[in-house]
Every structure is written in C-alpha cells, then in structure tokens.
Write a protein that binds this ligand. Structure first.
Ligand SMILES: Nc1ncnc2c1ncn2[C@@H]1O[C@H](COP(=O)(O)OP(=O)(O)OP(=O)(O)O)[C@@H](O)[C@H]1O
Length: 482
C-alpha cells in the first residue's frame, strides 16, 4: 500500500482530503505543522508528500529543503494560494514535483498523486535481474532465455556510460523496467528521476510539461510553470512513447541532446540543464524515419545506445518462470490458495502468441488467481483468449496429417530426381492435379465455375488444365427430386 503525507494547517481540508483520497491502495497520514510533517517523513517514509507553502511554524520552502535533506527522491506536491506562487515556483525549480493552486480540483490532484507515487516507486526501488528476492522491495526482471541474457548484458554496458539510451520493443515487453534498471545501475542513481509519457499528454501540453512556460505564453497559461527537464537537472529523464512526439517537440528535444539548452515556452531566456535521457517506444522508429515522421538526426542522438526487447512469443522458455513469479507476486493483491499451474494449462500458455506480451501474461495470471478454487491453475480457469490458439494448433495438426498423406509425392519427387528426370515441375504438378481437379469437379457436379472458385484459380486456367491432362468430366444434371 502506498503512503501519502499531507502537511497543511487547515483541519477541514485535511479531513476532506483524507476522506476522499484514502483507499485500499493509499494510506493518508497528516500533519498540521512543518515540524510534525518533517518528523513523519522520517518515521513513515511516505511515497509522496503534499505540502502547503504557508504553515504556522516554518516557511514552506524551509520545510521543503528539510524534506529534501532527508530524501532527495521523495516527490513533493506544493499547495499554494495566488499570493504564495513565487515560493511554490522556487520550490519546483529546486526539484519539487508539481505545484497546485488552491482550491484544488480533485481529478487533477488524484492524477498528480498517482504519477508522483509511480515516480517515487520507480526511483526508490531498484530493478534487478537474475535471482529474485521476494523479501525485498526490489523489482526483478524475470527471464533466463538467451534473448533476455542479451538484454541484461546491454543494460550492464549502457548503465554506467552517461549516454542516451533508446529502448525499443512491443508494448508490455518490459521497456519501463529496463529504463528503471539503467537508472538504478547508473552514476546518477542518487540523483532525481522523472518520467514523461509522450503519448498520454496532448501535444500542446507536452512542450510545457517538458520545458515549462512563462505566464501568458498561451491562453490558459495564467502562471509560470517549471518543466520536468529543468526540475530533473543532474538526474535522469525517462521519455516513454517517444515515437508520439510532434515535429516541433522533436526539434526542441534534439537541441537538448545537442547542447543541453532550451527555453521555457514564451521565454527568450536560455536555460541549461544536465540531464541523461532514456527513451522508449513500441513504434518502429526506423520506418518512421524513412517515412519522414521522425527526425533522423534526433533518432541518432537518442539511439547512442540501443536495447531491443524481444516479444514474449520469441522467448517462450521464459513463460514458466514468469508464471511462477506472477503467482507469487500477484498473490499479494488477490486472496487465493494457488501454489502452481497444471501441465496442460502451462502448455496452453506456451502456445498462446501473447500480443500484449508480459503485461498480458501478468493479467492472465491475476484472472486465474481469482477463478481458481484449489491449489493449481487448470486449463478451465484460463481466459478464452488464451485457448484460441489451441484451436489453430488443431487446424495445423490436421494440415500436417494431410501433408503426411502426401509423403508419397515426396517420395515420387526423390525418385524422379535420382533417375535424372527433367521437367519436374510440370510432371509433379500434373500428378497432383490428376487427384485434385477430378475430386473438386466431382464435388461440384462438374460445374467448372464452382470448381474454379473453390480451387482459387481462373476458369480459363482450369479449362486448359483439364484439356492438358485429358480429364473427363461427368456432368450430373440434378433432377427435381434431388
Ligand atoms: N521480464 C519481466 N519480468 C517481470 N515482470 C515483467 C517483465 N517484463 C514486463 N514485466 C511486467 O509487465 C508489465 C509491463 O511492463 P512495462 O511497463 O515495463 O512494459 P513496456 O514495454 O514499458 O510497456 P508499454 O510499451 O505499454 O509502455 C509491468 O507490470 C512489468 O512489471
């Protein structure tokens, strides 16, 4: 369960925030003074803090500085009134996560809290690979397939070098986990970490989110805003879904990567920041560069080091370990008695093609934990989406049976080859057509129109094959009784 500390001297506000925000996933702790808040940061180690800039015993900025001294990575959301926005802006320049004007809108607050908690967890809890330690708070990348071993080596090589890294792979393959692992194994691991999902923010707001804006820069910009790039100075910025950036944002990000400088939207002042960029995308950037949708120069800058995450269907040997891992970890959220999976259920999971990759497998296991009554996940508790492939497998088996019956043809080809015959294509095809064409024609009572349709060839082709092979057609005339 995540923890949120709210430091505000208005008891009514504390009460209503506690009532509305408290949930099964979020515990709320409150303090009415700066000193009490600082003590709670030490004692409870919250995942995020909401801090009012005006407190009875200390200035908000001093409280913020103290909190930073305890935990540099703890996201602090500042509450401010119009009269104290300067202090809030100053705190954001020093790395506060966000500031919000009172009275706050609940939806906006909820969204910011969720994002802050996510960032807090990403920057506090390391990601490792190899052995899993279920007693610790580390997040482990599971998989020992050769494809994943390559990924681990790449993380090991990329992390200590202070260069841009581009992570590519289909959705749900673990790109965010890899980004986190690179950060935690880098020289900047004690510095700030921020993440922006370029696809989830409307393009008009993305530039402002990244670079900030001046008051009046555009309609609705009623106050200055500090961008994430400025806030994360000295740290690491994870740009997710980079393929979704507009050409104008691409141009600005290119400049950042070239000389580390940028301007807030609506300002001429050039700001410099020292930020390592890790980016990720599930889109084919090579193709986007070719079609002109993505700048080639930016692609080169982002792609100093590249890591490709393989789709799950190409590393099916990792499925048993992932299933075991998700049974153990998803069990923290779902009450169940499941200890393992039956062989036929596991076989079905291995045969599925996993378009949603590891994320899909994770939610399938969660589904199974709810559906399963006993200790083993069985085939009956799998969602139908995982069983579709079994039908396809059965079809494949049927076509394999047919090919077995055609093994005589194979033998015939071998004989023709060893006896030095020529014109093999015509001869072998004639053999097949002598079986195929009469069967189909017989099936449709001699109708060449229907036979051509079933065979998937032109009527004229069918006619000339019939003539070439001298096939006689028995045309049956249907009687009324039939
Ligand atoms: N190898 C792995 N071991 C354990 N868990 C994994 C692994 N790969 C992915 N996951 C889990 O699957 C989910 C999706 O992973 P993640 O968000 O890193 O994928 P992604 O590639 O960034 O997806 P998207 O492109 O949709 O953003 C997460 O819950 C993550 O913990």
């Amino acid at each position: 369960m995540a923890r949120l500390l709210i430091i505000d001297d208005e008891p009514n506000l504390l009460y209503s925030l506690q009532k509305t925000l408290q949930s099964e996933e979020l515990e709320i702790i409150t303090a009415e003074t700066g000193c009490a808040g600082i003590d709670l940061v030490k004692e409870f180690q919250p995942d995020a803090v909401i801090l009012d800039v005006r407190l009875p015993d200390m200035s908000g900025l001093d409280v913020f500085n103290e909190i930073r001294g305890i935990d540099t990575k703890l996201p602090v959301i500042i509450f401010t009134a119009h009269s104290t926005t300067e202090t809030a802006i100053e705190a954001t320049k020093r790395g506060a996560y966000e500031y919000l004007l009172k009275p706050v809108q609940f939806d906006q607050l909820q969204d910011i809290i969720n994002r802050a908690i996510k960032i807090s967890r990403m920057s506090h809890f390391p990601t490792t690979f190899g052995e899993v330690d279920y007693d610790s708070t580390t997040d482990t990348i599971i998989g020992r397939s050769p494809a994943m071993q390559k990924v681990y080596k790449a993380i090991g090589r990329a992390a200590p070098q202070d260069v841009a890294v581009l992570i590519q792979g289909e959705s749900g393959t673990g790109k965010e986990m890899v980004a986190k692992a690179i950060y935690h194994h880098s020289q900047r691991k004690d510095g700030p970490f921020m993440a922006i999902n370029c696809a989830s923010i409307p393009d008009s707001l993305l530039e402002s989110e990244l670079f900030g804006h001046e008051r009046g820069a555009y309609t609705g910009a009623d106050r200055q805003r500090i961008g994430k790039y400025e806030q994360v100075d000295g740290g690491t910025l994870f740009l997710d879904e980079i393929g979704d950036m507009s050409p104008s944002t691409q141009a600005k990000v290119l400049r950042l990567l070239q000389d580390g400088s940028f301007e807030r939207v609506g300002s001429n002042e050039t700001i410099r920041a020292d930020v390592r960029i890790i980016s990720a995308t599930n889109r084919d950037l090579d193709e986007m560069v070719e079609s002109g949708e993505f700048r080639q120069d930016l692609y080169y800058r982002l792609n100093v080091f590249s890591i490709e995450l393989p789709p799950l269907r190409k590393r099916i040997e990792d499925i048993p370990a992932l299933v075991e891992h998700f049974i153990k970890t998803a069990g923290n959220h779902v009450v169940n008695s499941v200890r393992g999976i039956s062989d036929d259920a596991l076989a079905a999971l291995i045969q599925h093609d996993w378009p949603g990759n590891v994320r899909e497998l994770q939610s399938v296991i969660k589904h199974c934990l709810i559906q399963t009554v006993g200790e083993l996940i069985t085939r009956e508790s799998l969602p139908s989406s995982c069983l579709n492939n079994l039908v396809n497998e059965a079809e494949k088996a049927n076509s394999e049976l047919t090919s077995k019956s055609l093994s005589e043809i194979h033998q015939h080809v071998e004989e023709l080859l060893s006896s030095g015959e020529e014109d093999l294509h015509r001869k072998v095809h004639a053999g097949i057509d002598r079986i195929l064409l009469p069967s189909v024609l017989n099936y449709v009572d001699g109708s060449q129109v229907q036979a051509a349709q079933i065979l998937g060839i032109a009527r004229s082709t069918l006619r000339s094959r019939i003539e070439d092979l001298g096939i006689s057609i028995e045309k049956r005339i249907r009687t009324e009784e039939e």
